[in-house]
Write a protein that binds this ligand. Structure first.
Ligand code: AMP
Ligand code: ZN
Length: 222
């Protein structure tokens, strides 16, 4: 499959989970800007320390910083057949800058998949989310708990609750999502490449089935 796919949806909507599955099923690289920032933070790079200021507060890392990271990533050779962007773009300026980059390379976004989940469910899900500070693995105490309570299945590291998954920060992330990120849905809809998938009250498996149906129906991605 040859395709450039953008995953849209609020924080905790399941974009990351679905992007990972799609990446495995279709052999496309999974590019998560949040993962890139967190990996930099774990390594203590200047980028990581800069990003942390915004992430901890539930805000967005500045567009210039974020766009540069994506621009550097999508030109790498493993992205030649496409990729799945998870968590980018997150503002209209990011979407526009990215579009310019693609146009200058004779490329385009083929498909934007919006995973739609109510705010109430987002708050419930993110409050139950735990992650591994060492490898980044994500668990949900309710839906996908670790095998042994409190520790990572991969490396037995003690799980933590991300600073930005604490309730007050979740509310701020939702506010920023509605104000700054949601307008991107209309941006891709106008281009005729938007597909929305309902994610409320749905298991990751159920959402993935819907996404597979979209992908097999979309001619641009075959
Ligand atoms: P995520 O793992 O996608 O929820 O991202 C975690 C945090 O990283 C976000 O709350 C933002 O602070 C930051 N971040 C990730 N992607 C972007 C982006 N495209 N633009 C700005 N900030 C971002
Ligand atoms: Zn781990």
């Amino acid at each position: 499959m040859r395709s450039r796919i953008v995953m849209l949806g609020g924080p905790g909507a399941g974009k990351g989970t679905q992007a990972k599955r799609m990446s495995e099923a279709y052999g496309l690289p999974h590019i998560s800007t949040g993962d890139i920032f967190r990996a930099n933070l774990r390594q203590g790079t200047p980028l990581g320390l800069e990003a942390k200021k915004y992430m901890d507060a539930g805000g967005l890392v500045p567009d210039e910083v974020t766009c540069q990271i994506v621009a550097d990533r999508v030109v790498q050779s493993d992205c030649a057949n496409g990729y799945i962007l998870d968590g980018f773009p997150r503002s209209l300026p990011q979407a526009q800058v990215f579009q310019q980059l693609l146009v200058s390379r004779g490329e385009k976004v083929d498909l934007a998949i919006n995973v739609d989940v109510t705010d109430a469910e987002i708050v419930t899900r993110l409050s139950a989310r735990r992650s591994c500070p060492k490898c980044g693995a994500i668990y949900n105490l309710q839906f996908s708990p670790p095998t042994k309570e409190g520790v990572c299945n991969v490396d037995a590291e003690a799980l933590i609750q991300r600073q930005d998954d604490q309730e007050e920060t979740i509310r701020e992330r939702l506010r920023v999502y509605h104000e700054t990120t949601e307008p991107i849905i209309a941006y891709y809809e106008k281009q005729g490449i938007l597909k929305t998938v309902g994610g409320t009250n749905s298991t990751p498996d159920a959402v993935f089935v819907k996404i597979e149906a979209i992908l097999s129906a979309a001619e641009t991605v075959r």
